[in-house]
Write a protein that binds this ligand. Structure first.
Ligand SMILES: Cc1cc2nc3c(=O)[nH]c(=O)nc-3n(C[C@H](O)[C@H](O)[C@H](O)COP(=O)(O)OP(=O)(O)OC[C@H]3O[C@@H](n4cnc5c(N)ncnc54)[C@H](O)[C@@H]3O)c2cc1C
Length: 492
């Protein structure tokens, strides 16, 4: 006989854990199934050769109550210990200039004017900041977006404000249009800067990202940025502890192979590599591409929503452990380095480098050591191959030496990973990560919503609205929960 649960949740990514925690708070008995030996998926950390490396995400925003992660933590009453960063990011431009992305808007505008010239920077950034504040405020007011059922529409209308109607027009314009509007499109240094910033926060370039998402992504560093000692797995672990204390279990190394719905018992059968389970609800916290592989019944319905490898990216990533006697020289831990020519094989134009915090003693065996996580996009991962990874590894180390991060002799250990490692770590189709990118032709209300069928199957994570990054992924989990709660009148 199979064991019975209220809800079975597939994966321990941040989207899945968000829905799971909110359901557990309502008294639901959940079983969370994770194929990996560690939880967290693309937001996780692992120990190797005396260093704690990040699996994927390194930057963290949104611990305030009006942001998705802060909202979740407040709802379930837990705290995450985090250090607020004084300087969120530094950018090394192709012309040799180093740009500091200050959080304070006035300070940032002054810096942008210094590097890109005074023309319209102030107007541009004031506008973007206003849009980003609006987007974050609205996201938690509109928990039924995109509306599909009558009740969703009623909830959206109930919460709609005049400013929401006013700002909605910007979903129809691209960030390229925005730059043109501020007469900034001829400023090539600025255009390159915007493109490289968008690719890490919106997964696409200015021609494709609409103004609502683009302005919000560009102002990522104007909101408080945080660092968590020991790695971002320490955002995941408190959520797992919460679940285990609230009538839920998390099974690691258990891979979901199939979902079936039985009309007679009105429940789901979940088949894994180890067991069979029965549940009233199911939430898929894995990408749409993977979900359709295991839930045959909805494959046809959502086929048109699935993005292919040519529209997606994996990541080339390096973990480097190095000796550093003077950690205090790093006043900033996140750095984007723009490259004169694209990286071989991948053709990407920048690398992103995140360091362990100088005061974090938990990520290295010895106090005089540090960890660097380096990543860049690997577009079209099913079809682009890297013939010799060691060429990329050596080049990345050379760039970091040139920029003064360390000397070659100080490198103690490094490893790299690409699409195959991602496929293994996360189980995601052809190792694509980072979520569904923003595309101009897909308006926010046309993005994948959280209901999978007419019964009780839902989806969240970085391929559903609003997806992407930690804030978007957590928001997708909040939206899936709200839809379940109102569809089925769940409360404790
Ligand atoms: C290199 C890189 C850098 C990034 N940097 C940042 C950053 O700095 N800041 C930021 O905010 N975001 C960043 N992101 C994005 C962010 O990490 C992700 O968007 C987010 O973590 C995705 O969460 P998710 O819930 O969609 O699922 P995932 O993290 O993909 O988790 C899905 C989980 O499901 C499990 N799983 C898959 N299939 C099955 C199955 N059949 N059965 C059981 N379990 C299964 C997987 O093992 C995985 O643990 C980065 C991502 C990458 C890859």
């Amino acid at each position: 006989m199979s064991s019975k649960f209220d809800t079975i949740i597939i994966g321990t990514g941040l989207g899945a854990l968000t829905s799971a925690c909110l359901l557990a708070q309502q008294g639901q008995k959940n079983l969370i199934l994770e194929q990996n030996y560690l939880p967290g998926g693309c937001t996780s950390s692992y120990w190797r050769k005396g260093f704690v490396f990040e699996s994927g995400a390194t930057t963290l925003v949104g611990l305030e109550e009006n942001m998705p992660l802060g909202y979740l933590l407040k709802q379930i009453g837990i705290n995450i210990k985090a250090r607020q960063l004084e300087i969120p990011m530094k950018i090394y431009l192709k012309n040799g200039d180093i740009l500091t992305r200050y959080q304070n808007l006035e300070q940032w505008i002054e810096e942008a004017e210094r590097v890109f010239g005074p023309k319209n920077q102030k107007e541009f950034w004031n506008f973007c900041y206003k849009v980003s504040q609006f987007v974050w405020k609205t996201s938690l007011q509109q928990k039924f977006f995109p509306p599909k059922k009558i009740n969703d529409f009623l909830q959206c209308i109930k919460n709609v404000t005049f400013s929401q109607l006013n700002y909605a027009q910007y979903a129809f314009y691209s960030t390229e249009w925005l730059l043109k509007n501020f007469d900034l499109l001829d400023n090539q240094l600025f255009v390159d800067f915007v493109n490289e910033q968008l690719i890490i926060t919106a997964q696409n370039y200015l021609k494709e990202v609409n103004v609502l998402f683009g302005a919000t992504a560009l102002c990522y560093t104007n909101f408080p940025n945080y660092y968590v000692d020991g790695g971002l797995i320490n955002v995941i672990n408190p959520l797992i502890d919460y679940l285990e204390k609230n009538n839920s279990s998390v099974n690691l190394r258990e891979n979901v192979k199939q979902i079936d719905y039985s009309n007679s018992s009105k429940s789901y059968q979940i088949i894994t590599n180890k067991n069979e389970y029965e549940s009233q609800f199911v939430i898929s916290g894995i990408p749409l591409n993977n979900t359709l592989d295991i839930y045959e019944k909805v494959r046809k319905k959502f086929k048109s929503k699935v993005l292919q490898s040519s529209q997606l990216s994996s990541a080339f990533q390096m973990g480097i452990g190095f000796k550093c006697e003077n950690k205090q020289k790093f006043t900033c831990i996140h750095h984007q380095i723009h490259l004169e020519s694209g990286l071989p094989f991948l053709n990407t134009k920048s690398i992103f480098v995140s360091l362990s915090h100088a005061q974090d003693t938990t990520r290295t065996d010895e106090a005089s050591q540090m960890v660097a996580s380096v990543s860049t996009h690997w577009h079209n991962p099913e079809n682009i191959f890297v013939e010799d990874k060691s060429i990329l590894e050596k080049l990345v180390i050379k760039i970091l030496v040139e920029k003064g991060f360390f000397e070659e002799k100080d490198v103690i250990y490094y490893h790299s990973s690409g699409q195959k490692s991602w496929e293994k770590w996360t189980g995601r189709a052809f190792g694509f990560v980072g979520g569904y990118p923003q595309f101009k032709h897909i308006k926010p209300w046309q993005m994948m919503e959280s209901r999978l069928d007419n019964h009780k199957a839902y989806i969240c994570g970085d391929t559903t609205y609003p997806g992407q990054g930690i804030p978007g992924t957590v928001l997708s989990g909040i939206i899936a929960f709200e839809k379940i709660r109102t569809d089925w009148k769940i409360s404790n």
